[in-house]
Design a protein around this ligand. Sequence first.
Ligand code: KG4
Ligand code: ZN
Length: 335
Amino acid sequence: MKILAIETSCDETAVAVIDDYAILSNIIASQIDVHTQYGGVVPEVAARSHIEVMLPVVETALKDAKCTWNDIDAIAVTRGPGLIGSLLIGVLTAQTLAVTKNKPLIGVNHIFAHAFSAFLTEHKPKFPILALTVSGGHTTLSLYQENLEREVLGTTLDDAAGEAFDKVAKLLGLPYPGGPEISKIAKLGDKLAYKFPVARLGRESLDFSFSGLKTAVLRQVQEIKATSGKDDLSTQTTANIAASFEHAVVTALVQNTLKAYVRTKPKSLVIGGGVAANSYLRQELLAVLPKAIFVPPVLCTDNAAMIGAMGLQMAQNGMYTQPSELVANPVLNDI
Ligand code: KG4
Ligand code: ZN
């Protein structure tokens, strides 16, 4: 089954064509350059940029896949959660194409798709699947059943993991998006240089909290600047703070994932979302849970192939939507 998938929930205009779980094309038009100058994503700018490139990206995805519309069996699109202006461009495009090209339509939850991106690897997960989804907007531990039901076991009470990376990077004077920058400089630092707090939310809890950690980093940076009388941090100090911060985030993620794994005994464990591209997280998690499935970094950050993978699962469960009934939902929670 060939699916053309569209993803526009944030600042990437992405279109992919998948043939079952084989990726025929995976085009990602990133707006990072546009948003870097503002230090983060500006929703109105994101929506306008999606409009400009949406149809050319669809055309390129078809061309790269060596497909015409005749070859496409269904269209899948992210309908939430995300920025409403951005979601609307993808949803309206998919609705229009579904009607004009006469294709069945599938509305996909972006967070589910991050977990199901693992189906695009050679290690296909088996149900029940425990998924740690760590992105710029979400940090969730969920258990997925074969009928695509999801039980949320734990979630963040404040900042998402990726958001914490982005905010701390800003504090350290590193560019947006902060995750890859922190990861890069942390490799030069000492993770034990500073002891940043890992939130303790009770023995039974699988929730996360990163706002205290972010404040602790802010206080540390202020103290160093006050003591040195300088407005900048040295490269080594920046690297030490980055490494110590990354260590605290990863410790929290690994601790709860291990607890959830022991509690739920899943057949597979998958790690998805932008922060799953983090090499220290991979190293530490694989050390305790060697069977964890990590997808390649290009499938961790936002992409449309993962929307196709989730769309395929939904198609197999007959979960289609009439074009006139598809609604973009910025706070979508269920499937
Ligand atoms: O999944 P994603 O592309 O978009 C959302 O759905 O939010 O995740 C983006 C997030 C950003 O916060 C970014 O800083 C973070 O993922 N990220 C990383 C790394 N690469 C991307 N965080 C830590 N280490 C990385 N290597
Ligand atoms: Zn995402």
